[in-house]
Ligand binder design. Structure first.
Ligand SMILES: *Cc1c(COP(=O)(O)O)cnc(C)c1O
Length: 374
């Protein structure tokens, strides 16, 4: 019997997205304009205050406008050479953003779980939901990544674990021992993603050993980007390295021409401009230390800059001056920084390390604000 009583066929009036797509909150990028639309100095997107390598800018003019090399062959070879990797184990993406999405898509789907930490990178949530998987959020340890809390959430449904190291937006960093311990305790069929978007800012002696893990094991991917220290965010270039099986999966589903010809040419030039990279790293290290020192001096007013290994500092406002009021005060002083109430951080501002005079002006403005609060 195929007849059903009272069952009207559903009215087909409009396309309906999948329920897991409807549950996604679209990514909110850092702003570059104030309330009245006046341009502000943008310290809200972790961009390089020194701009882009002049060598990369020169390479842009030479790039062809026809289809790019679909395999980014020269760029992958240069990346592999620089980091002592096998080029066959490197895959490029349209930003590391594409890489993060296709990792989730390649290994997780409806009924599966994807784990990351609270106060983690906003894209992990979107990547997990986009493929229908269930995001599972581990509690933090005073804003840092808690390996034991992550491991406590692993079940037979777990497919992917995302860890940014350094983490965005907290700036917190896990040493090699913790990354090793996390990997050792994960089942072999769980993909561990170590997102090193800020890896170039980390002091060499603090290296977290992620590349070595990715070279030695079948379930580790390390992701990197040209958006941060290289100053090429506008070109959308990221990459990952890992075992051949993982790279093969990502190659099947990435966009076929996912890195533009200008992007490939600029990244290749930027990679070998060691002087620019080193200048950016030193500038960041020194300015960050000075900035943290100035804010730490405001500790009795409730300001608490979290220790950072990245090119930004998350500042907690635990006294009379609220993060929201500080955001407005900084906009009045000409700066836009990142307030993240949507990520559960209404009490904090993430401030990108900018030029020297800008960091001084921000510290001055914050000092004036707390003094006005009495
Ligand atoms: C900025 C950032 C990225 C890089 O994004 P792109 O898509 O490469 O521009 C990846 N992960 C984290 C944690 C980041 O902060």
């Amino acid at each position: 019997m195929t007849e059903t009583v009272n069952a009207e066929p559903a009215a087909r009036t409009a396309p309906t997205p999948k329920p897991w797509i409807e549950a996604i909150h679209a990514y909110v990028p850092g702003k570059s304009k104030g309330k009245d639309g006046q341009p502000l100095i943008k310290l809200s997107a972790n961009e390089n205050p020194l701009g882009t390598s002049p060598a990369a800018l020169a390479a842009r003019a030479q790039a062809p406008a026809l289809y790019p090399d679909p395999d980014s062959t020269a760029l992958r070879a240069a990346i592999a050479h620089k980091h002592g990797l096998d080029a066959a184990r490197v895959v490029m993406g349209t930003g590391s953003d594409e890489i993060l999405h296709i990792i989730a898509q390649g290994y997780a789907g409806p009924g599966d779980e994807v784990i990351y930490v609270r106060y983690g990178f906003a894209v992990y949530d979107i990547a997990a939901r986009r493929c229908g998987a269930t995001p599972v959020v581990a509690p933090d340890l005073d804003y840092g990544t808690d390996i034991d809390a992550l491991l406590a959430l692993v079940t037979e449904k777990t497919r992917v674990v995302f860890v940014a190291n350094p983490n965005n937006p907290t700036g917190s960093y896990l040493p090699k021992g913790e990354i090793t311990r996390l990997h050792a305790a994960l089942p072999a069929d769980v993909v561990l993603v170590i997102d090193q978007a800020y890896g170039e800012y980390v002091a060499a002696e603090d290296e977290d050993g992620a590349f070595a893990l990715a070279a030695a094991h079948d379930n580790v991917l390390v992701t990197r980007t040209f958006s941060k220290i290289f100053g090429l965010a506008g070109e959308r270039i990221g990459w990952a390295t890992g075992a051949p099986g993982l790279i093969d999966t990502l190659n099947r589903i990435r966009g076929p021409f996912n890195v533009s010809a200008t992007g490939q040419a600029m990244a290749l030039a930027a990679l070998s401009d060691e002087a620019f990279i080193e200048a950016a790293r030193i500038h960041n290290r020194d300015e960050r230390a000075r900035f943290v020192e100035r804010l730490t001096a405001l500790g009795n007013h409730g300001l608490r800059p979290l220790p950072s290994q990245a090119n930004f500092v998350l500042v907690l406002f635990e006294g009379k001056l609220t993060a929201e009021a500080a955001l407005e005060g900084l906009a009045d002083a000409g700066y836009i920084v990142r307030w993240l109430p949507g990520q559960g951080l209404p009490q904090a501002l993430r401030i990108t390390i900018g030029k020297t005079h800008d960091m001084e002006a921000i510290a001055d403005a914050l000092t004036r604000m707390v003094e006005q609060q009495g």
